[in-house]
Design a protein around this ligand. Structure first.
Ligand code: FES
Length: 585
């Protein structure tokens, strides 16, 4: 039974400039096959009569609790698309759930980026809305969109509500680390620790400290890739549904305007994101992700340039782990637009965004409703130089990073003997040993935790303090690794040492007892070992065996780049554009 006017849909080909018409506007077998399968899915011909087709890429998954509300958001996005005259097609994308995935979600960030890029290119889409949330989903989306360069807009899922435990506000990650150490020190009972478990995460949404998820949401907004105000608004705030509707509507406009990610994520936009990262006390992980995104865009960016852009920016957002408040307060204060307004001319205000207007346009009416949470340049939380610093030296010839605001300031210039472990598990086995030969001067080093060595570069760089020191009331010490650290964590942790030990970086040659010298102000990290001795150790070094023989892990370990270039796969760097592939029909 034909339920429609046969003149509509199939033969209404038109010349719209939309890439979806390559599939749906074809009058022969190719178009027939695409259209009759849409009819199979219950769509009328009106849906594909020449209107823009907008993909809703959804990272919803029960294995990603932070993204558990994204189905609802997708429906609001769909409403917006339909209101604006588009045809919405939702599809699932690999979801990366930080709490569960082993060995680490970072092993799979590039897999999600690769999958999303290919799905966008391979399907009849004119623009894409990507729904993200938990840590790696947002950078993976930005990397994919940079490489496929299709008109697109991101909507991050928003942070969860503030945690509340026994009358006080508690933050994701940050208070877990604090409570865990307090529990180990015997200051918190088992019962209290268990009760805490159900008081921290009280709603859908990503971590509500300025961890990696909140950081990358904020940087997505600063890059111009999501609507103003979208980063900070709580996941369950009704206004996020309105934002979702507006996002859908805007995606339809992007499809017809043809504004592409490469025109938005320019060098200037990347510098804006780096400035916002420093001003909001963002995660060290942002450094890796921004390097990877820049690599996809073909925008040259080095660790040194990141340091240069960031070091003059004071900390303005008083948010944990560097400050006192959480994302809820940040949102009510005005969120990223208010923060960017405070930053004034430190930003490239003429950078174009997904709104079609500039960053300057987007923030010109922004109001700061809480000058305690979002400070002014004249009254910062911490002075310039408190963000992520980049270090170099004979221990990290290609660089390493440390989050200055997260460290005990007395440790930012430090000299002490190394205590070295080849594997994380080796340290875990002895960290509670009362006889461990360790003092507050010791520099704890764990290697084998880099992109290739672990594999996947897990967030273990904030190594637990040895029990012996905890018992003495010592809560921070210098720790060095080729690992990452959660954006919610704190401590004098030197991270991302490059090259990593598994590929023969000098971290592989340091020995227990070597004197390590850290000077954050001078941006140096050295082991006081002569070049001759290092060369001798290098000659005797045996590379560790590759971690896995097959599948994704094999592809990853064979192609992953080092921390100073973003931990992308070498063959994914750059863009392949969005031209439709050859038709098989
Ligand atoms: Fe998902 Fe922190 S666990 S954002």
């Amino acid at each position: 039974m034909n339920t429609e006017n046969p003149r509509r849909g199939a033969q209404n080909l038109g010349s719209t400039g939309l890439r979806s018409r390559e599939w749906l506007g074809d009058g022969g077998k190719n178009g027939f096959i695409a259209r009759h399968h849409l009819r199979q899915a219950g769509f009328s011909g009106r849906q594909f009569d020449g209107r823009p087709v907008i993909g809703i890429a959804n990272t919803w998954s029960e294995l990603t609790p932070c993204n558990i509300h994204l189905r609802g958001l997708a429906e609001a996005v769909r409403r917006g698309i339909q209101q604006a005259g588009g045809f919405a097609l939702e599809f699932p994308v690999l979801s990366l759930g930080e709490p569960f995935m082993r060995p680490t979600t970072m092993l799979y960030r590039n897999m999600m980026a690769m999958e999303l890029e290919e799905l966008c290119r391979a399907n009849p889409l004119d623009a894409v809305v990507v729904l993200t949330g938990c840590d790696k989903t947002t950078p993976a989306a930005l990397m994919a969109l940079a490489s496929v360069d299709i008109p697109s807009i991101v909507l991050t899922g928003g942070p969860m509500l503030n945690g509340r435990f026994r009358g006080r506000v508690v933050g994701s990650g940050t208070d877990i680390w604090r409570m865990t150490e307090a529990h180990r020190a015997g200051l918190v009972s088992d019962a209290e620790f268990t009760e805490f478990e159900s008081c921290l995460n009280r709603s859908p949404g990503h971590c509500m400290t300025m961890g990696t998820a909140s950081t990358m949401a904020s940087l997505t907004e600063a890059l111009g890739m999501q609507l103003p105000g979208a980063a900070a608004l709580p996941a369950v705030d009704s206004r996020r549904m309105v934002l979702a509707e507006n996002t859908g509507a805007r995606a339809v406009a992007l499809a017809t305007e043809g504004l592409r990610p490469s025109e938005i994520m320019t060098r200037e936009a990347i510098e804006n994101a780096l400035v916002v990262n420093a001003a909001c006390g963002g995660s060290t992980n942002a450094v890796l992700h921004m390097l990877a995104i820049a690599g996809r865009l073909g925008v040259p960016l080095t660790l040194e340039e990141i340091d240069e852009v960031s070091r003059d920016i004071p900390l303005l957002a008083d948010i944990m782990p560097s400050g006192r408040f959480l994302m809820e307060e940040f949102a009510y204060a005005g969120g990223v637009p208010a923060l960017m307004a405070e930053l004034g001319d430190l930003l490239h205000r003429d950078a174009i965004t997904v709104t079609g207007g500039t960053i300057g346009d987007n923030v010109k009416d922004a109001r700061n409703d809480d000058p305690e949470t979002i400070r002014s340049l004249s009254n910062p939380v911490l002075p310039a130089g408190s963000g992520t610093a980049v270090l170099h030296g004979n221990l990290a010839p290609d660089g390493a990073v440390i989050k200055v605001s997260a460290a005990d300031s007395s440790l930012l210039r430090h000299r002490g003997p190394a205590l070295v472990f080849d594997r994380l598990e080796d340290y875990h086995a002895v960290m509670n040993d009362p006889e461990l030969d360790v003092s507050s001067d010791t520099v704890l080093i764990v290697r084998g935790c880099g992109p290739r060595g672990y594999p996947g570069m897990p967030e273990v760089g904030n190594l637990p303090i040895p029990q012996k020191l905890l018992d003495q009331g010592i809560l921070d010490m210098v720790r060095i690794s080729d690992a990452r650290m959660s954006g919610t964590a704190f401590g004098a942790c030197v991270l991302h040492v490059a090259p990593e030990s598994a590929v023969g970086g000098p971290l592989a040659f340091v020995r227990t007892g070597d004197i390590i010298e850290l000077d954050v102000a001078g941006r140096t990290l050295d082991m006081l070992v002569t070049d001759e001795e290092l060369a001798k150790r290098r000659r005797g070094w045996v590379a560790p065996a590759a971690p896995s023989g097959r599948g994704w892990t094999r592809m990853y370990t064979e192609h992953v780049t080092q921390a100073n270039t973003g931990v992308d796969l070498d063959f994914l760097i750059g863009s392949s554009g969005n031209a439709p592939g050859r038709s098989p029909f």
